[in-house]
Design a protein around this ligand. Structure first.
Ligand code: NAP
Length: 284
C-alpha cells in the first residue's frame, strides 16, 4: 500500500491562518509586527527570495521593509544598518539575505543582529538555546520538519529518528530539536559507514542532504515516516528532494513530497518567528 502523504501545503495553510489572526489581534491593539530584510548585492535568487517574503508578509498583514545595498557596500556600513535596525523599536525581525558579497564577513553581520530580532535563528545565542532546550528564535527549515510531523499527527517522542545530513542550516539544529522532542537520534553524513544499515533502523527518516534521489526504497524500513528536507534542481525549472519519492512511497508509512512538503512551511514559520520576536521584545 502506498504511504500516506504528509501534505505541507495543507499544514502551511493552517499555520498561515493562525499567524493572520494573531497579526490582526496585534494590529487591533495598535502594534504592527514588522520584518526588515537586508539585501546587499544583486544575487538574482536573493532578490526573488526577498520579494517572495514581501508578498507573503503582505498576505498575513506583517509590515515588511527591504533595505537594498549595492554589492560594493563596505562591511561596516552593513553592520551599521543592522545596528540601526536593532535599536529601532518598530522593527521586530531582521533577516540578512545570503550570500553576502565576498568582501563582507558573513559571521560578523549575522552576529550583529540582536538575538531577539534574529528571526532566521542563526545567531550563536539562539543556536545555544537550541542546545540547552531553552526558548529562543529557531531556524525555519528544521522547525518545518518538526511541525509538519506533529501537525500531521505523527508522534516523535520515543521514536528512533535517523537524520541524513549534518549541515548548519538543517541537520545540525534539527538534531537538538528532535532530541528536545524526546526522539532517539542517529546522525549520518558522508563518513558514515553503511548508510543503508542506519537508515533501515529509522522509525522517522529525515533527509537533509542536497542530493536528488539518494534515499532509495531499500534504505527504508517498511512503515517508516520519511521527511524530505532536500531541495535539488530537477531540471526544467522544477525541484525535487533527496528521496526517490515514487519508489519510497511504496515502502514508507508516511512521506512528505518535494515540492509540497517541508519547504511549504518555511516562510510561514519565519512569520511565526516574527510574532515570537514581538512577544519577546514587548512582553505582549
Ligand atoms: P549542507 O550544509 O550542504 O549539508 C549537507 C549534509 O549532507 C552534510 O552533512 C553532508 O555530510 C551530508 N551528505 C552529503 N552527501 C552525503 C552522502 N552521500 N551520504 C550521507 N550524507 C551526505 O546542506 P544544508 O544547508 O544543511 O541543506 C540540506 C538540504 O536542505 C539541501 O538540499 C538544501 O537545499 C535543503 N534546504 C531546504 C530548505 C527548505 O526550505 N526546505 C531550506 C534550506 C535548505 P558531511 O557533513 O560529511 O559533508
Amino acid at each position: 500500500m502506498a504511504a500516506e502523504l504528509i501534505d505541507g501545503k495543507k499544514v502551511a495553510a493552517v499555520i498561515r491562518e493562525e499567524v493572520r489572526n494573531e497579526v490582526a489581534a496585534y494590529r487591533a491593539a495598535g502594534l504592527a509586527p514588522r520584518l526588515a530584510v537586508i539585501l546587499a548585492g544583486d544575487d538574482p535568487a536573493s532578490v526573488v527570495y526577498a520579494r517572495s517574503k514581501e508578498k507573503a508578509c503582505s498576505n498575513v498583514g506583517i509590515d515588511f521593509e527591504l533595505f537594498t545595498m549595492p554589492a560594493a557596500t563596505p562591511e561596516d556600513e552593513v553592520v551599521a544598518l543592522v545596528e540601526r535596525l536593532n535599536r529601532d523599536p518598530v522593527v521586530h525581525g531582521i533577516m540578512i539575505e545570503l550570500p553576502l558579497p565576498k568582501h563582507i564577513k558573513k559571521q560578523r553581520v549575522l552576529e550583529a543582529v540582536r538575538p531577539d530580532k534574529d528571526v532566521d535563528g542563526v545567531h550563536p545565542v539562539n543556536r545555544g538555546y537550541i542546545l540547552s532546550g531553552s526558548d529562543g528564535l529557531f531556524p525555519a527549515t528544521p522547525q518545518s520538519v518538526i511541525e509538519i510531523m506533529l501537525r500531521s499527527g505523527i508522534v516523535i517522542q520515543g521514536k528512533h529518528a535517523v537524520l541524513v545530513g549534518r549541515g548548519e542550516t538543517v541537520g545540525k539544529p534539527l538534531v537538538f530539536m528532535l532530541l528536545n522532542k524526546n526522539a532517539t537520534i542517529t546522525i549520518c553524513h558522508t563518513k558514515t559507514a553503511d548508510l543503508g544499515y542506519h537508515t533501515r533502523q529509522a522509525d522517522i527518516l529525515v533527509a537533509a542532504v542536497g542530493r536528488a534521489g539518494m534515499i532509495t526504497a531499500d534504505m527504508v524500513k517498511p512503515g517508516a515516516v520519511v521527511v524530505d528536507a532536500g531541495i535539488n534542481d530537477a531540471g526544467g525549472g522544477g525541484i525535487c528532494g533527496d528521496v526517490d519519492f515514487d519508489a519510497v512511497r511504496e515502502v514508507a508509512g508516511a512521506i512528505s513530497p518535494v515540492p509540497g512538503g517541508v519547504g511549504s512551511l518555511t516562510t510561514v514559520l519565519i512569520q511565526k518567528n516574527v510574532l515570537k520576536a514581538v512577544r519577546m521584545q514587548t512582553g505582549k
